[in-house]
Design a binder for this molecule. Structure first.
Ligand code: ZN
Length: 86
C-alpha cells in the first residue's frame, strides 16, 4: 500500500482503489453514484476507481455509507431490468 489512506477493495470482479477524502480537501460538489445526491464541499467522503484501465475521469466520489452499501445498491440497479415485480 503506497498511501496510508488508500485501500484496495474487490467489487464486481475488479480491484478498486479507495481513498478517504477529508472535509478540508473537498472543494467542490460531487455527485454520489450510490444515492444520486450531491456531496457538498467540506463533507468527508470516499473516492473510488478501478485499479486497471481507469483514468482520472473514472474516479467517483461516494458518501461513506453509500460505498459501504454499494452491493445492495448496485444489486438493485442491476436487477431493475429483469426484476420480478413484487
Ligand atoms: Zn451517497
Amino acid at each position: 500500500m503506497r498511501y496510508g489512506l488508500e485501500s484496495t477493495e474487490n467489487w464486481q470482479g475488479e480491484e478498486w482503489a479507495v481513498r478517504a477524502v477529508g472535509g478540508g480537501a473537498a472543494a467542490k460538489h460531487y455527485r454520489c453514484p450510490g444515492c444520486d445526491q450531491e456531496i457538498p464541499p467540506g463533507v468527508p467522503h470516499l473516492v473510488a476507481w478501478p485499479r486497471f484501465g481507469a483514468g482520472v475521469d473514472d474516479r467517483r466520489h461516494w458518501h461513506k455509507a453509500c460505498w459501504n452499501a454499494r452491493d445492495r445498491r448496485s444489486a438493485r440497479l442491476q436487477r431493475s431490468r429483469n426484476a420480478p415485480r413484487y
